[in-house]
Design a protein around this ligand. Structure first.
Ligand code: PMP
Length: 409
């Protein structure tokens, strides 16, 4: 069934806020989504009814909290189409998930001359962890280039893959261009040369159905806060047999089987990767976000947001001096990126804020991509289930007013 964003908006308390005398027009969902009442209530309920540490107490509250926390692990596995909860590691966010792979898998299995294949459209969190590994271990980094319209240039893939390639790590949906990458094809190509494949799903999970069985990757990472859940929790899914071979990265309580004064042994995965007291209330929020999104239907979410992106491309084309970045046709998700010469994106975002519009301006944590696009910064409007086409119309009106203010036609 089609989404009814006007009805859904009533479930988001923050959307009734005003910015000065204007209603809030929130067009920065790619940075973080707003939270529905169901998620806020689930976290409050946890604190009011169930708060106790998990995996520790032999008393009712702790048992209930543990059952809830482990229940969310199972829910995540079902949501992603993963075979079971064993591969679900709770982390803080996508950034931590990728760092965990770079540390616990990369440092154990990669040596000088091994290659990690990335792309030109990665977020810094899928570049910088590999830079450290390259520096420390002599691992060689390669990059799949992008075409001028912001798609992966897969004609180069076979030439970039070889017997030295140990990992291909790429973004599922670009946070800048909105490009939906054909990750299934990349995973198959990586596996043909014996490499593993990591997919950064931070911008995919909130916007479209994700089925790990169909994608076939070895690692998948996402953050709850971009999919209507809370900050402070994210997921690394890893193939359980790979996780079992990885050594712990951060250690302490929870990760261990037995500790002597001079040595310790570690629990099985995923617990050996979750040191200390976890984000339990946030897990309750993530579980509620998954239930809420599943009830909406990810197919309906995808259809709604594809229509929004198409509408945005059509309407923004009316703005004089506009330059759009990314594919001019689908598949695209969630975000549109643009500049309106000669106005700097930061100035534009500041002026839009006067009209109550929240858009992001800058390099979007993708400086190498900005260089490839021939700019240092862009403005980005990004959408969610609550975004209305009329908000995109307000964006266009506000950009036109800003151009007038700057004296440009
Ligand atoms: N990858 C992509 C594609 C993203 O959009 C983001 C967030 N902008 C991240 C990774 C990092 O997510 P987080 O800040 O939640 O770790």
């Amino acid at each position: 069934m089609a989404l009814d964003p006007s009805r859904l908006r009533a479930e988001f308390p923050i959307l009734s806020r005003r910015i000065g005398d204007r209603p809030l027009v929130y067009l920065d969902t790619a940075a973080t989504s707003q939270k529905p009442r169901a998620v806020i209530d689930a976290m409050t309920r946890y604190y009011e009814q169930m708060n106790a540490n998990v995996h520790r107490g032999a008393y009712r509250l702790s048992e209930e909290a543990t059952a809830m926390y482990e229940g969310v692990r199972e829910k995540v596995a079902r949501f992603l189409g993963a075979p079971g909860p064993e591969g679900v590691v709770f982390v803080r966010n996508t950034t931590e998930a990728i760092n965990l792979v770079a540390h616990a898998w990369g440092r154990k299995f990669l040596k000088a001359g091994d290659e990690v294949l990335l792309t030109e459209m990665e977020h810094h969190s899928n570049l910088v962890p590999w830079h450290l590994l390259a520096k420390e271990r002599g691992v060689v980094l390669r990059h799949i280039p992008i075409t001028d319209d912001g798609r992966l240039d897969l004609s180069r893939l076979d030439a970039l893959l070889g017997s030295r390639t140990k990992l291909v790590s790429l973004v599922h949906v670009s946070n800048v261009l909105g490009t939906v990458n054909p990750v299934e094809d990349v995973v198959r190509a990586a596996h043909r040369v014996g490499a593993l494949c990591l997919v950064d799903g931070a911008q995919a999970v909130p916007h479209r159905p994700v089925d790990l069985a169909a994608i076939g990757c070895d690692f998948y990472a996402f953050s709850a806060h971009k999919m209507y859940g809370p900050t402070g929790i994210g997921v690394l899914w890893a193939r359980p047999e790979i996780l079992a071979g990885m050594d712990p990265f951060m250690v302490g309580g929870e990760t261990i089987l037995e500790v002597r004064l001079d040595r310790s042994t570690f629990r099985e995965a995923p617990y050996r990767f979750e040191p200390g007291t976890p984000a339990v209330a946030e897990a309750a929020g993530l579980g509620a976000a998954i239930d809420w999104l599943t009830a909406l239907g990810l197919d309906a979410v995808e259809a709604h947001e594809t229509a929004l992106v198409d509408h945005a491309w059509r309407r923004l084309a009316e703005v004089p001096g506009i330059r759009m970045y990314g594919p001019s046709s689908g598949p695209r998700a969630g975000a549109v990126c643009f500049t309106t010469d000669p106005i700097h994106p930061h100035d534009l975002a500041t002026c839009l804020d006067q009209d109550g519009l929240a858009v992001r301006a800058g390099h979007h944590c993708a400086q190498p991509l900005m260089t490839r696009l021939g700019t240092v910064a862009t403005a980005r409007a990004s959408f969610g289930v609550y975004t209305l086409p009329s908000e995109i119309d307000l964006l266009v009106d506000s950009i036109l007013r800003t151009r007038e203010f700057f004296g440009c036609r």
